[in-house]
Write a protein that binds this ligand. Structure first.
Ligand code: GLV
Ligand code: MN
Ligand code: MN
Length: 432
């Protein structure tokens, strides 16, 4: 059995009487992860490639230059997805898709998303260097705005490719107050155009996404690879508590209708309610919060915050939503304030495709790498892709389970193992 330190997975391919050993070049992958990371470097010392930003564009150009150097064609579809394509022996066959995203959360890490893009490219580079031509065409996709922190909703590119309405409009504002229409136009796409980016399901054989786990299951059990069983659903809401703005010096405590105090009372209850009505995977988070009028000497009149609920079971998600809403109602009543609870996006939990998952499992076994089958708490473009195309995911460990952070780290040998599993999986599905 090969634990963490195994970097010698060799892939045997028999073509007639020819016998090849194929192996991903882990050093090249790690060096590319570092190069893309630099594309997110900001003056304040953080590394952020916000979707549609100059840093995002820089990272994509670098990625496209690597793909083109391999002789792959590159194009950007109407959803802004960058697609690098290598022809196979038969261009009329449906394509095998790999990929992920290059955009990051604020002050994000080096691996989230980037590994799936660079890993996909590594598979193509290995084929090219070995003179191996797969039967099917192979595409590596850099999806648009997976993270979604800029406009509060992500998975934009994968939704477009799946022909799903990502619920975007030109007039919505980003965190800086810029209109989506203008932001996307400067990126070369429009919200109308995004609706035309659907890929014909018949043109796709399957989609395989390599990603870091972003949780600690693999790390804690010292397991080299995760075969993903399903991806947790994610429902988001905008909650606004409305009280009464009033003078902070002359309004007695008993006379206040402080929107923030009520909101804080609710937020404080979230862990208890979620644990009571959810299961071990259920999570609920308030990630953004705003008060008005936002002045040191004024009692907050309104408090608006995001709420997100995730689980691998849709019924539990609705139960937790219902219980949280009841709790919010009770607390608002106690403080004499009102509230609105507005759903902003819904994604049901999604199982991965059995046959693609089986091909990954077979690949891991062929390479002699230890693995386990695990669910994903984080969402990925695969959450959307699986609704239209046969889709599955490969995870490699995140040290201490840290991700969405500059401290995100995955060992080089785990990166190489992940790329070899991806390579072997693509060879396996190509035979089908
Ligand atoms: C995306 O990485 C998410 O799970 O929020
Ligand atoms: Mn990601
Ligand atoms: Mn992420």
């Amino acid at each position: 059995m090969c634990k963490g330190t195994c970097i010698v997975a060799k892939i045997d391919v028999y073509e007639g009487r020819k016998h090849r050993h194929m192996k991903a070049n882990g050093e090249r992958v790690v060096s590319r992860l570092n190069e893309i990371y630099q594309c997110g470097k900001k003056e304040d010392g953080t590394y952020t490639r916000m979707a549609f930003s100059a840093e995002d564009v820089k990272g994509r150009k670098l990625f496209a230059s690597w793909a083109e150097a391999l002789g792959m064609t590159t194009r950007v579809d109407e959803g802004g997805n960058l697609i690098a394509r290598m022809e196979g022996q038969d261009s009329s066959l449906p394509a095998i898709l790999m990929g992920s995203h290059l955009d990051t959360v604020p002050d994000g890490g080096k691996y989230d998303g980037v590994l799936g893009c660079v890993g996909g490219l590594e598979v193509c580079e290995t084929f090219k260097k070995e003179g191996y031509v797969p039967k099917h065409p192979v595409e590596v996709i850099v999806f648009t705005d997976e993270e979604g922190f800029r406009f509060g909703k992500g998975l934009t590119g994968s939704s477009a490719i799946c022909g799903q309405d990502a619920g975007i409009s030109d007039s919505e504002l980003d965190i800086y107050g810029e209109e989506r229409g203008r932001v996307m136009q400067s990126y070369g796409i429009t919200s109308e155009g995004v609706k035309n980016a659907a890929k014909d399901p018949a043109s796709v054989h399957c989609f395989v996404e390599l990603h870091v786990e972003q949780g600690a299951r693999l790390y804690r059990t010292n397991t080299s690879v995760g075969v993903v069983s399903s991806i947790a659903g994610v429902n988001r809401y905008d909650v606004t508590v409305t009280g009464e703005a009033n003078h902070a010096g002359s309004t007695a405590m008993a006379d206040r209708k402080d929107a923030l105090v009520a909101a804080a009372g609710f937020i404080n209850k979230i862990p208890e309610v979620t644990t009571e009505h959810g299961n071990e995977f259920t999570v609920a988070t308030v990630g953004t919060i705003k008060v008005t009028p936002h002045s040191v000497n004024v009692i907050p009149g309104t408090c608006t915050f995001s709420l997100e609920i995730r689980d691998t079971d849709a019924q539990i998600m609705s139960l937790v939503e219902q219980k949280l809403q009841e709790t919010l109602g009770d607390i608002c009543e106690k403080y004499g304030v009102s509230y609105t609870f507005v759903p902003t996006s819904f994604h049901d939990p999604a199982p991965m495709s059995d046959w693609v998952k089986e091909n990954i499992e077979q690949a891991v076994k062929e390479l002699g790498i230890d693995y386990s089958i695990i669910p994903s708490g984080a969402f990925h473009d695969s959450l959307i892709m699986t609704s239209v195309f046969p889709t599955a995911m490969i995870f490699v460990p995140s040290e201490k389970g840290i991700s969405h952070s500059r401290y995100e780290y995955t060992k080089d040998e785990d990166i190489e193992n992940g790329c070899n599993v991806l390579l072997q999986t693509i060879l396996n599905v190509d035979k089908m």
